[in-house]
Structure formats: structure tokens, C-alpha cells
Design a protein around this ligand. Structure first.
Ligand SMILES: Cc1cc2nc3c(=O)[nH]c(=O)nc-3n(C[C@H](O)[C@H](O)[C@H](O)COP(=O)(O)OP(=O)(O)OC[C@H]3O[C@@H](n4cnc5c(N)ncnc54)[C@H](O)[C@@H]3O)c2cc1C
Length: 443
């Protein structure tokens, strides 16, 4: 007899939701994670989410409930409580190293809301434990073997190898999934060669002269001649507090060099003269094409483990919920994994439409398509003609098109520059990836 009905590898947003939902429905489930503490976040995440709008074929309706927020997943049919208020953000900026900028403001509906990743982990962990889910923290997944009856899982804890059995396995171990690696499930995925570290500083006492909004800084002058970028998102902890994350190359030390130069010596360093770092986190990002079929015998891959880039918290939670529903069907002899595979392709555009991957990537790659002179020209024009909209779709998939269209609409932009921006709007992943360097098969 198997030790568990289901073992879940990884207790991030996807895995934790799956553990709680499975336990709630009477399934004997074990969540395994290398993190020693499951109610805190150590992985970089700026903390923005898209509510009251369609995002990955789900519309999450948010209703403030005193000092908490009710989140209803209206398509998937479940709800959860987030243990704090959620602030809407109405401004978005890009800054070059000449200090010129582009700004867009919405007046009626925020671009997105900001949340506290720690709060999400704490909320879900408490809830999952209450449902009766078992957990094994501080435990590293090492390998899995499939048998006719289920899976044999090898993990390592306190320097000892432990072997566990289960009827089914949910792989929820994130972007650089070890389950995908050891099962060979990455072999058919395209490696876009975009791998790099990011570190995030949460910084207080930032003397930013602009209204609260996300800010994207690029241009080597911001980083002492280094390539890279910084995204700065307002923190849920209040005014003058931002989460700053780097887009940097390997080795990981470059991420620190980038942010240290930016805050201490770069053209914007005067914003940081009285600032203080209150939290740091980091992660290595790797962009593989999505799994088209996120299942392998007894294993179902949920959340970022099967994704292109990221599902984001809100959609990783949705994967956890639907993954739990479907693994129960599978335990009952039904074709739950096939149903999940179809649901996965129906909800995440990049599974069937590679252009969606390109659109997602263009925002951060944007400066690479133009010369500094062209960008300064566009930013000058944008500063003379502020963009104020009632509302705008600004998800990672639609943002770059909205931004490029706003540049095309500016007066006095030469036709050849407009044409290049139109080409960029239409560019597919092969064109974007070739700019990033290489395209290869994942190992
Ligand atoms: C720089 C950056 C900024 C981001 N900003 C945002 C944001 O603002 N908003 C947003 O919604 N999302 C953001 N994301 C994306 C978001 O963090 C992910 O989409 C989300 O966390 C995916 O959830 P997941 O459960 O699938 O995987 P993860 O959150 O990656 O969880 C995987 C879990 O598996 C565990 N694990 C991994 N390997 C092993 C192993 N071998 N053994 C045991 N355990 C293991 C990890 O410890 C982790 O707990 C950001 C991501 C990055 C990189």
C-alpha cells in the first residue's frame, strides 16, 4: 500500500493550494519543500496581481472585507481570503539613463493591485494545515521512479535519503523544476537561452518624486556600464517603500553589482541617499517553452514547473486548485490528467500561441530594439504629451503593445521608427529570442 495518495513536490502558490484542496476533499496528501519554513516567502516576487479583469481566462473578483480581501475565482469556481487589503496602482513609468521618462496613467481602474507575498504564503499554509494536509519542510526532492501502481520518490532530509511511495505525484517545484529534469520532461521544450539571476531589495525611505507606480530603469549608464535593468514596484508596506528587482546576467554577483551601482552611484542615486534595505530575496530565472502535455504517467506538472516564464501567484493558485480536482479524478480511474492538459492549453495562451510568449518578453526587451537616441527622442515626446487613459489592459501579455501603440500615436515620430515599432508588435518568439542570443533544446 502506498504511503500517500498524492505527494506534492514544492509548496509554493500552486503546490500549497493543491495540498489544501486535496486534504479538504479527504485525500491523504504530503507536501514536500526544501524551504524550512512554509509560511514565508523567500523567492523574489514583486507582488502585483491582476484583479477584476480577464487574466489567463480567469476573472478574480476582489471584494474588500474589513482589513481582509475576498478573492473569487469566478471561472474556476473557488474563493479564498487574502489576509490584508489590496492597493490599486494607477501609474507606470520607464526611465532611461539620461533621466528622461515615459509615463502612463489610468484614472478609473488600476493597472493592477499589489500584495504581500509573505501574506499569501501564510494564508495558504494555515488554511492547508487546517484542512489536514501533511508537510515535510526542509526536504529536498531528488528523484522519482514510476511503477505500475504509482511513484517511488527519493528525498533528502537532515543528510539522510528517504524513500516514499504515492499513487500520484504533483510536480509543483517551480520554474527550474527538478521533477521535470529527472524525468526527461524538459527534452521537448525550447530553451530560449534567457537564464539569469535576479535579486530583489525591498527598500524604504526612497525619495521618489513621482506618484506611486512601477518603474522600469534601463540603459548602461544606470549600472556603471553593465547590461541589465531594474524594475521597481511600490511595496504594500506603504509610501516611500519599493521592491526593486534586477534583470541581470550570470554569475549571480552581477545582480548585486547592478543594484548597488544604481542606488549608490547611478543618475537616480539621489532618490536613495536616505534609503534602507529592509528585505532581500533572489531567484534564478530560466525561460523554457511551455510543456504542451504537462503529464507523464502518474505525474502532473502544475504551475511554473510547466510554464513559459511564470504563471504568477494568482494563476499558480488556480493551477493548484484545478490540479487537485483532476488528480482526484485520476485516482478514481477517470482521465483527469487529460482534462488538466486541455484546461492548461485553454487557459495559458502561450501553450497554443507562441506569439503570446513573445508579447510577454517584449516589455523587458523593449530598450534593446532601439538606439539610446531614439529612446530619448520618444521619451521627450512622451513627456510633452502625457498619456492619461480611463483604463488600460496592462497584463504582461498586453503591456508592450499598449506601450508601443502609445509611442506610435505621438506627434512627430518619423515613419521608419513607427514602422519598426509595428514590426515589434508583430514579432514572434523566434525574432525576439534571436535578439536575446540563442535558441536551443533544453536538457
Ligand atoms: C523576479 C520575479 C518577480 C515576480 N513577480 C511576481 C509578481 O509580482 N506577482 C506574481 O504574481 N508573480 C510574480 N512572479 C512569479 C511568481 O513568483 C511565480 O509565478 C509563482 O511563484 C509560481 O508558483 P509555483 O507554485 O508554480 O512555483 P514556485 O513559487 O517557484 O514554488 C516552487 C516551490 O518548490 C520548492 N522546490 C523547488 N525545488 C525543490 C526541490 N528540489 N525539492 C523540494 N522543494 C523544491 C521551492 O522551495 C518552492 O517553494 C515573479 C517571479 C520572478 C522570478
Amino acid at each position: 500500500m502506498a504511503d500517500y495518495d498524492v505527494i506534492v513536490i514544492g509548496c509554493g502558490p500552486a503546490g500549497m493550494m493543491a495540498c489544501g484542496e486535496l486534504a479538504k476533499r479527504g485525500v491523504k496528501v504530503l507536501g514536500i519543500d526544501k524551504k524550512p519554513l512554509l509560511d514565508i516567502n523567500i523567492r523574489t516576487a514583486s507582488g502585483y496581481c491582476f484583479l477584476d479583469q480577464n487574466f489567463n481566462q480567469e476573472n478574480i473578483k476582489m471584494t474588500p472585507k474589513g482589513d481582509k480581501s475576498l478573492l473569487e475565482y469566478t471561472d474556476s469556481g473557488f474563493e479564498l481570503t487574502y489576509g490584508d487589503k489590496l492597493e490599486g496602482i494607477y501609474h507606470s513609468y520607464m526611465f532611461s539613463d539620461t533621466k528622461k521618462h515615459w509615463k502612463v496613467t489610468v484614472t478609473d481602474k488600476p493597472f493592477y493591485h499589489i500584495f504581500n507575498p509573505h501574506q499569501c504564503h501564510e494564508d495558504r499554509y494555515k488554511w492547508a494545515k487546517k484542512q489536514g494536509a501533511e508537510f515535510m519542510p526542509a526536504t529536498l526532492f531528488r528523484n522519482v521512479e514510476q511503477t505500475p501502481e504509482g511513484v517511488n520518490v527519493k528525498v533528502r532530509r537532515d543528510g539522510q535519503d528517504i524513500y516514499l511511495t504515492a499513487k500520484k505525484l504533483l510536480a509543483a517545484d517551480g520554474l527550474t523544476s527538478k521533477v521535470a529534469k529527472v524525468t526527461g520532461k524538459n527534452k521537448d521544450r525550447t530553451d530560449f537561452g534567457m537564464k539569469g539571476p535576479t535579486i530583489e531589495y525591498e527598500v524604504k525611505n526612497v525619495e521618489c518624486p513621482y506618484p506611486r507606480g512601477d518603474m522600469f530603469f534601463f540603459g548602461s549608464g544606470n549600472f556603471g556600464g553593465r547590461a541589465g535593468g531594474i524594475i521597481m514596484v511600490p511595496s504594500c508596506h506603504g509610501e516611500g517603500i519599493f521592491r526593486m528587482e534586477t534583470m541581470s546576467m550570470l554569475p549571480a554577483s552581477t545582480a548585486e553589482d547592478l543594484i548597488e551601482y544604481f542606488t549608490k552611484k547611478g543618475p537616480f542615486s539621489d532618490w536613495f541617499k536616505n534609503s534602507e534595505v529592509i528585505e532581500t530575496s533572489g531567484v534564478v530565472i530560466e525561460f523554457l517553452g511551455p510543456m504542451i502535455i504537462p503529464q507523464l504517467d502518474h505525474i502532473l506538472f502544475i504551475g511554473d514547473s510547466a510554464a513559459y516564464g511564470e504563471c504568477l501567484y494568482q494563476s499558480a493558485v488556480m493551477c493548484g486548485y484545478v490540479g487537485a480536482e483532476k488528480v482526484i479524478k485520476e485516482l478514481n480511474g477517470e482521465k483527469g490528467y487529460d482534462e488538466y492538459t486541455e484546461w492548461w492549453a485553454d487557459h495559458f495562451d502561450w501553450v497554443r500561441n507562441p506569439k503570446a510568449m513573445a508579447d510577454y518578453t517584449k516589455r523587458v526587451m523593449f530598450p534593446r530594439f532601439f538606439t539610446v537616441k531614439e529612446l530619448d527622442f520618444l521619451f521627450d515626446k512622451a513627456m510633452e504629451n502625457p498619456i492619461i487613459l480611463k483604463e488600460a489592459e496592462a497584463s504582461p501579455y498586453t503591456f508592450s503593445t499598449m506601450m508601443l501603440e502609445s509611442f506610435i500615436a505621438l506627434p512627430g515620430v518619423p515613419e521608419d521608427l513607427k514602422e519598426r515599432m509595428r514590426q515589434l508588435i508583430d514579432a514572434d518568439m523566434a525574432q525576439v529570442a534571436s535578439m536575446a542570443g540563442k535558441v536551443q533544446k533544453a536538457s
